[in-house]
Structure formats: C-alpha cells, structure tokens
Design a protein around this ligand. Structure first.
Ligand SMILES: [Zn+2]
Ligand SMILES: [Zn+2]
Ligand SMILES: [Zn+2]
Length: 446
C-alpha cells in the first residue's frame, strides 16, 4: 500500500484527497477484519461489529502513523495521534453509536477525568483512562522549575536541580501518563442542561528538546544596532501537559484506569472503570501528557536588542505581539501557531514559537523567513490599539489561549521592545553576521 501511494506522487495531493484516502484505507481494513472474524468462527454479529470497529480504528491509526512517520504522508491534518472517549461501556443505547475522537493534544484536556462532553443529546463525563491489559501506560517524571519555568523530564531518579538556573526543586517531581489508548466515559450519561460542560484547561506546553531537523539559521539586524538570531526546523519536541482543575493533576487507578481530578477530597474507594464492581487498585497522582514533534522556531536577541534584565512581562508581551503580527501579516491562523518563553542552560531567556498541529504545518518556518515583516506587523498592531498602554486587550495581545497571562501582558512593554527593532531602517537580514554560537546548545531532557 505504501509503495502504491508513493508512486501516485502524494507530495502534491491535497488534504481532502488524503482524508478520503484515509477513509478508504479504514474501510479496507474493516472488511478484512470481518472476514477474519468469520473465519475465526465468531458468529455473533454484535461482537464482530465491535471488534471490527476497534480493529479498524487501530489499523487506521497505525497505518496512517506508519505512513506519516516515513514521510509518505504529511503528518498534519491526519488523525495520527487520535484517541477516543469510549462510550460503549455505557448502559445507554446511544453510547454504542457515538464516535468521539480527538487529537491527543486536545483529548488530554477535553477527555480528562471529570471533563464533560455533549454528544448524542447526552452529557458524557470522562471516568478515566483506558488501559490495555498487559500494557503499561508510558510515563515520565518531570519538573517545571518554580523559579524559571524550564522543563525537564526523566525517570525515577530525576535530578531536582534545574539545568537552566540551578534552582533546586522543593517539590517532588510530577509524573505523567500518555493516555495513548484513549479514555472511557462513565456508564451513566446525564441529560443535557443549560450549564456549559465542565472542562479543565489547566496546564501548559513545554519544550522537551529544541533538537530539530533541517535547521535553518538566520540573523537579523535592527537599525538601532540590536541583533536577533533565529533558528528554525522541523521535528522539535514539545510536551503538552494537562494538570487538572487545581494544577495538581489527577488520581488514576493503577489497575483499572478510573480517574478523577485531584481536588483535596479524600478518596476511599472507586468502581472499576469497565466492570462497575468495586476496585481496590491504588490511585496515583498523575498528569496527562502528549509529547509530540512539530516545527519550531527559536528566537534569541543580543543585549542591544533585549537587555539581559528585561522582565518576564516584556518578553511575554513581545511573544504575543509577534504571534499576532505573524498571524495577521502572513495570513496564518492564530490557532495554528503558539509560543512560550524558554530558558536555556545559563538562565538566558528566549522565545520559542511552534506549530500547534502535531507534525508541523510550516507556519513558524514562514515566520523565520519573514521576521522583518512580522516585527513590523507586531508594532503596527500594538501601536494602533487604543487600550491603556500599561494593559492589553483582545485587540492587541490577548487571546483565549493566553488567558493565564492576561494580567501580565502590556501593550507598552511590547512597544518598548518593538520600537528599537523597527527604528530607522527597520529589521534587516544580516548575511554578513555569523549565527549565534551558543544557540546550538540543546536542552535535552535528562
Ligand atoms: Zn530554573
Ligand atoms: Zn481501579
Ligand atoms: Zn489593546
């Protein structure tokens, strides 16, 4: 199949064609399964259907993942990391008919234990993560530095010393699971009400490794003398972490996967996630994570462009001004790009921008090539807004996604950084300057 697709010149095929191909592949997989089941002697139609559905989901996921990982298909736009909220364990007949699938990076929030989803006229509450018998969920220990937010992960013996600022963590490391087999809804869905379904968006995305492929380096010089260094490439590694409504994660049963948000209430016992009987398995404190690869852009400045003592508010305001400027000038969807402040070893701050689509869609790679226009657009946007300079609004720096930083974002701070970058001749590509040497230093997880 892979060879057949390759010879058709898939590189130029559009997204819709590919999605169609995906459906066809799934259907092919399903038919084979039915034959297989019949040959194996499973005559029960219901059982066959159920296996068929499960296996075709797996086949589709694995096949597409296989093709995408070998660059036969582009990874973006494909349900490569798709997981389900299983409603088929429900008492309700509606449960068997639903197909609730999401990309894992969204599912860790929308299907997290305790979260609610409206489907088929009912409210489905996630009861926990699905575990395959005999297969452990993949997990890691991690720290996000209390002082500088640098992220690092490792195994049980993870070093609590921050590789960036040397601050020694006072808390124990967090632990996460990658819920790669999906989630299970509680067996009793409830009637829809007018109250919006409950969701927990608490969490953040961190850089696991800046290591990337096909790295391009560009250097830009500001009229006022500052220099900006850009490194961009594909297959940088990020991790999205869902840490529950209180930020402390979830309690997840080691045996059955039943889960609930950690809210300080004492848990005495719980029902088995799939069987409904009482389960005596231990509940462990875990976050949910989706580690993924995508296109990354790493932006650093020298001291003329951004003084070493610039505060976090200035950096963050600059970050969101650039993202908004890029979305506007390069006609990218703001939802498809995002960014964060990133501390490198040595406690130096930089900006990392990335494509939110797992696999990357080339958005930030375009920013790397047009930093001059992006900076100009960012300045235009923050100059034109009429909210107070010491604050910010949805017309300049704020968006739904950066809610937890709204108070910190200041239009004035962004102006303060952007003006010197754009003064006199503006930002210009500096072909004569060497790329920044220390930028090649990677921050790999322990
Ligand atoms: Zn630190
Ligand atoms: Zn259990
Ligand atoms: Zn504003």
């Amino acid at each position: 199949m892979a060879a057949a697709l390759e010879t058709t010149g898939l590189g130029d095929v559009h997204f819709h064609d590919l999605r169609h191909t995906g459906n066809t592949l799934a259907a092919t997989g399903g038919a084979t399964t039915r034959e297989l089941m019949q040959r194996m002697g499973h005559s029960s139609g219901h059982l066959v259907q159920r296996y068929e559905k499960t296996i075709s989901t797996l086949a589709r996921r694995n096949l597409l993942g296989y093709l995408a990982n070998r660059n036969v298909l582009p990874k973006y736009g494909f349900p490569v990391d798709t997981v389900e909220l299983r409603t088929s364990y429900s008492d309700s007949p509606v449960g068997g008919k639903l197909d609730l699938a999401r990309d894992l990076s969204t599912a860790i929030y929308e299907y997290a234990p305790g979260a609610e989803v409206v489907a088929g006229g009912l409210v489905w509450r996630s009861g926990g993560v699905y575990r395959l018998p005999g297969r452990e969920l993949v997990g890691k220990h991690y720290f996000a530095c209390e002082q500088c937010q640098h992220y690092w992960e490792g195994d049980e013996d993870i070093d609590p010393t921050c590789p960036s600022c040397s601050f020694v963590a006072r808390r124990r490391p967090g632990q996460y699971y990658v819920p790669e087999f999906g989630f299970v809804a509680e067996s009793q869905p409830s009637k829809t009400t007018i109250a919006p379904p409950r969701r927990s968006w608490n969490g953040a995305t961190y850089v696991r490794s800046l290591a990337a492929e096909a790295i391009r380096e560009t250097t830009w010089q500001a009229g006022a003398g500052g220099t900006a260094y850009v490194r961009s490439g594909s297959r940088g590694q990020l991790v999205a972490l869902s840490e529950g409504p209180t930020g402390a994660g979830y309690l997840i049963c080691d045996w059955c996967g039943a889960g609930r948000p950690l809210d300080g209430k004492r848990v005495t016992s719980h029902s088995h996630l799939l069987r409904g009987i009482e389960c005596a398995g231990p509940m462990r404190q875990r976050s949910l994570a989706h580690p993924y690869e995508t296109d990354l852009l790493d932006l650093a400045f020298d001291r003329l462009a951004m003084p070493v003592n610039a505060d976090t508010a200035s950096w963050r305001s600059l970050l969101y001004a650039l993202l908004e400027g890029a979305a506007e000038r390069l006609e990218l969807s703001r939802d498809d790009i995002d960014g964060m402040l990133h501390r490198r070893p040595g406690n130096e701050v930089g900006i990392v921008m990335f494509d939110t689509v797992p696999g990357g869609a080339g958005g930030v790679l375009r920013i790397a090539d047009a930093l001059d226009r992006v900076v100009r657009a960012a300045l235009d946007r923050v100059s034109a807004c009429d909210c107070g300079e010491e604050t910010s609004c949805y017309g300049c720096l704020r968006s739904f996604r950066n809610q937890r930083h709204h108070e910190e974002l200041s239009r004035g701070a962004a102006l303060g950084v952007l003006r010197p970058l754009v003064s006199s001749k503006g930002l210009a590509r500096a072909f004569h300057l060497e790329p920044r040497p220390d930028l090649s230093e990677e921050t790999k997880g322990a």
